[in-house]
Design a protein around this ligand. Structure first.
Ligand code: ADP
Ligand code: MG
Length: 422
């Protein structure tokens, strides 16, 4: 299908109410509409969903959207239904549906009403679903969160590995669209290989977050006091403090409270009601700080988070980037402060010791990158972007001066002294 610019913009306006495309959306959508396999790498919040939703709405047939989380699928389906006259325009196909509901979904697809069908990979493998989908018109298949296909990603899902063979059974020449916010070259290679879309048209947005300031400080036994001092400077502003363990989350939240800081804990060990309450308190600004494990953050969209502190260094650059990425979404200041001690790396290594060898090897390699990042004296932004396969000029690039190494370069002499002292 070929469309002109005007049609594309009016579809954007009609369906979503937006007047301009964000970033690379327009060329991505053109690529999809022309029937090409397409690969999209954009940071979180970049607007990936619209890249497949709009062409799905504009084309004949149904687009299959594979996504790992039922909650994410439901959100998207509700949003799409909100912009259409017919609820059947988007459906989820999963094990929670009863017979009548499944019949309705199939009817809407057969009638050509359904433009977007969201499925979890495990539902897609079901024989009866494959059989049914073979019999209807499919416009394309979008694989959202495509990094789930790779063991090098942060969220490996074995079921994602079967997608290519399933899609081949559903139909010949169905275009495949892979989308991810994981920019590491290894993960990308895995995606292209597993989906067998080596010739895909690839669109990659920059991962630079020019408004974030990166600092890594040595972690001493005074780390709590360091954190308190830092947070107090930001009184009345929102921030997140990440800790590795639930126990540490509880302790630190309490320590902050005792020191007059409005803080709440958040981790998967709290019941759902408490978690929801604490999250709301943060969003509504009844508290300034959430002390949390990595359970906190997925889908949190508070634009004015002013700082993200890592009490413990994360297990990969990828996680560090995602977690710090929750600061400064509005483009304003975002201070990313990580505390680092090599013994924390050893702790993380130890956690992995029970895992399969292949997994340990990957985990070890990822951790070595974290060590490199923590101990580097070059531009931290350059280090992160290089990890994601992106060139960055640490003199002239956007945000170049915003990290501890660039602002306070370690003097050659000091560095030498340091070596001698060791
Ligand atoms: P991603 O999946 O890349 O993390 P989303 O698809 O969830 O990002 O989109 C992030 C936000 O950007 C959403 O709130 C969405 O409504 C908004 N958005 C997407 N495209 C546009 C656009 N062209 N104009 C304005 N807002 C947009
Ligand atoms: Mg998304």
């Amino acid at each position: 299908m070929s469309v002109n610019e005007k049609d594309l913009h009016s579809a954007l306006k009609t369906f979503f109410g937006f007047s301009v495309f964000k970033g690379l959306q327009e060329p991505v959508i053109k690529s999809i509409l022309s029937g090409k396999d397409t690969f999209v790498v954009m940071p979180t919040g970049g607007g990936k969903s619209l890249c497949y939703q709009l062409p799905a709405l504009m084309q004949e047939g149904t687009a299959i959207v594979v996504s790992p989380l039922i909650a994410l699928m439901k959100n998207q389906v509700d949003a799409i239904r909100g912009i259409s006259d017919h609820d059947g325009v988007a459906h989820v196909l999963n094990s929670s549906l009863n017979k009548t509901e499944i019949k309705q979904v199939k009817q809407d697809i057969t009638d050509g009403i359904t433009k977007l069908l969201y499925v979890a990979p495990e539902s897609l493998t079901k024989e009866e679903n494959v059989e049914f989908l073979r019999s209807v018109k499919i416009s394309f298949m979008a694989v959202d969160e495509a990094h789930c296909i790779s063991e090098w990603g942060h969220d490996f899902r074995p079921e994602y590995r079967n997608l290519k063979s399933i899609i081949e059974r559903i139909g010949d020449n169905i275009p495949i669209i892979g989308l991810t916010a994981t920019a590491t070259p290894k993960v990308q290679e895995d995606i292209l290989k597993n989906l067998n879309i080596h010739d895909a048209k690839t669109f990659k947005a920059s991962f630079n977050r020019p408004n974030l300031y990166y600092e890594v400080r040595p972690k001493t036994k005074n780390v709590d006091a360091d954190i308190i001092r830092f947070v107090k400077k930001y009184e009345g502003k929102s921030g997140i403090v990440y800790c590795l363990s639930r126990k540490r989350v509880e302790e630190l939240a309490q320590t902050l409270q005792v020191n007059g800081i409005k803080a709440v804990p958040y981790h998967a060990g709290l019941d759902a009601k408490t978690r929801a309450k604490h999250q709301d308190m943060f969003l509504m600004e009844d508290v300034d700080v959430v002390v949390a494990t990595i359970a906190f953050g997925m889908g949190i969209d508070k634009p004015d988070v002013r700082f993200v502190i890592h009490h413990d260094i994360p297990k990969s650059i990828e996680s560090y980037y995602q977690e710090t990425g929750r600061a400064g979404r509005d483009g304003g200041e975002g201070y990313c402060l990580a505390f680092y001690a090599y013994k924390d790396i050893e702790k993380l290594e130890k956690f992995m010791s029970g895992k399969p060898v292949a997994e340990q090897e990957i985990g070890h390699a990822l951790l070595q990158e974290v060590v490199g990042f923590a101990e580097t004296s070059i531009s931290r932004r350059k280090f992160i972007l290089h990890y994601f396969g992106e060139e960055f000029d640490s003199e002239t690039g956007e945000g170049a001066e915003l990290d501890d190494n660039m602002r306070y370069p370690k003097k050659q002499l000091e560095a030498q002294d340091h070596v001698v002292l060791l």
